[in-house]
Design a binder for this molecule. Sequence first.
Ligand SMILES: Cc1cc2nc3c(=O)[nH]c(=O)nc-3n(C[C@H](O)[C@H](O)[C@H](O)COP(=O)(O)OP(=O)(O)OC[C@H]3O[C@@H](n4cnc5c(N)ncnc54)[C@H](O)[C@@H]3O)c2cc1C
Ligand SMILES: NC(=O)c1ccc[n+]([C@@H]2O[C@H](COP(=O)([O-])OP(=O)(O)OC[C@H]3O[C@@H](n4cnc5c(N)ncnc54)[C@H](O)[C@@H]3O)[C@@H](O)[C@H]2O)c1
Length: 450
Amino acid sequence: MSETYDLIVVGAGMAGVAAANKCGAAGWRVAVVDALPYGGTCALRGCDPKKILRRGAEIVDAANLMRGKGVDPHGLAINWSDLMAHKRGFTDPVPSKMEKGLKGNGVETLHGAARFTGANTLEVDGQPYESRRFLVAAGAIPRPASFAGADLMIDSTDFLSLEALPKRILFVGGGFVSFEFAHIAARAGAAPVIVDRGARPLNAFDPDLVEMLIERSAGVGVKLQRETEIVSIAKADDVFMVAVKSCGETRTIETDLVVHGAGRVAALADLNLEAAGVDYGYKGIVVAPHLQSSTNSAVFAAGDSADTKGMPLTPVAVIEGKVAASNMLKGAQTAPDYAGIPAAVFTVPELARVGMLEAEAKEAGHDVDVRFTDTGGWYSNYRIGEKSAAAKVLVDKSDGKILGAHLFGPEYGELINFFGLAIKLGLTAKQLKSTTAAYPSVGSDLGSLL
Ligand SMILES: Cc1cc2nc3c(=O)[nH]c(=O)nc-3n(C[C@H](O)[C@H](O)[C@H](O)COP(=O)(O)OP(=O)(O)OC[C@H]3O[C@@H](n4cnc5c(N)ncnc54)[C@H](O)[C@@H]3O)c2cc1C
Ligand SMILES: NC(=O)c1ccc[n+]([C@@H]2O[C@H](COP(=O)([O-])OP(=O)(O)OC[C@H]3O[C@@H](n4cnc5c(N)ncnc54)[C@H](O)[C@@H]3O)[C@@H](O)[C@H]2O)c1
């Protein structure tokens, strides 16, 4: 006999939990299923543990910037295993807290791998379940790589659990994961190399600011090799030989560890979506703007496993989970509002964006006022010894509204939120400039950037 529900959610990450809590609290019979401990990528294997490790890097970097300015960083070092224990102090309690929260909203929690068996049925480790609705919030996995020896790479989850950090680390791919981890590793004493096949790493970010980040990264020992393809990876004793190709030449880089940072794809391969008649691709389940599957009306999708306009980021997963829940509950067709959702690469210092890139704004036909400012010499950066910082704000000349903001510098991962708010509310640069921040705070630089 199969159990029958109003909603079964596959995936207990940010998207799935947001939706399950909402539908459970509304009185629906809801179950969540996850093959791994509850919490998902962000809380257990992504954003949160990563930023705990980054704290060590921030402190080392901050002390180094103050060398000769009243702080002696000599002898200051990251103790990797203590930092890892600090990380676990946060991550270990997450699954039980999350399950408790769900149960408090009347949601049943199942454990195991889910697999569809029909349009309205799935099984979890052989046990059948039936439901009126399903939300697939299965997240993403590292993109499978086809070069020889690809299985010798560790992934981001493995990196965030390393018991010791080797000296030489090669990161495959020049995206969020590689830059963030390389910045942590460099401050912990490693010599990271990032190998990217494209000409422009971090290509979702402002190219001028990315170049500043690359230069700042080189200053702390993070090397970047662009337009370089991985040919193969081999291992002899404890050393990895990575064959790479650039400008038609093949050479070998020796390293102690190879980390996958070459992108992620929706984690849908094991769900047997064919049995449910659900159309999908590597970006996720094909959905209408209101997040319902285009081929099976019982199924909705949200977060990293939904093919939507939103970037695969935590705030997007949460918004999509809530919108999907609301649409399922009310039979509505509301689309998520992605306006003003910022993204940040948590290098030290960080790189952030919200709204359009300069090229996107021009391509969309806006008459753009590009306000670029090098803030390296400003008081807020002088105070902490940081010379590398800048901002680019894009203002529409026709109505004064902010089209996009791009920031690189210390605490700008917080400052970007002001711009996100302005874009979401449709504020003009003049209106944003009229707000007053506490002084001296990084927020008080906002007015001068406009
Ligand atoms: C290293 C790293 C750092 C990141 N840092 C940031 C950051 O700083 N800021 C930010 O905004 N975003 C960050 N992200 C992205 C962010 O973590 C994701 O966008 C977000 O977690 C997606 O949430 P989700 O709910 O869609 O999926 P997930 O949180 O991945 O949850 C999916 C869940 O589904 C389960 N599942 C999958 N298939 C099945 C199945 N068949 N049966 C049962 N269960 C299944 C999985 O076990 C998983 O627990 C980071 C990602 C990584 C990898
Ligand atoms: N701070 C954050 O918000 C944060 C942090 C980490 C991850 N994430 C999310 O996770 C996703 C995945 O991150 P990611 O860093 O793995 O991917 P990414 O998509 O950010 O970058 C992948 C990079 O790898 C390169 N690449 C791909 N295959 C390659 C190969 N074979 N050889 C060399 N280079 C190759 C690509 O050109 C690209 O520059 C991101 O898109 C982001 O949404 C977010």
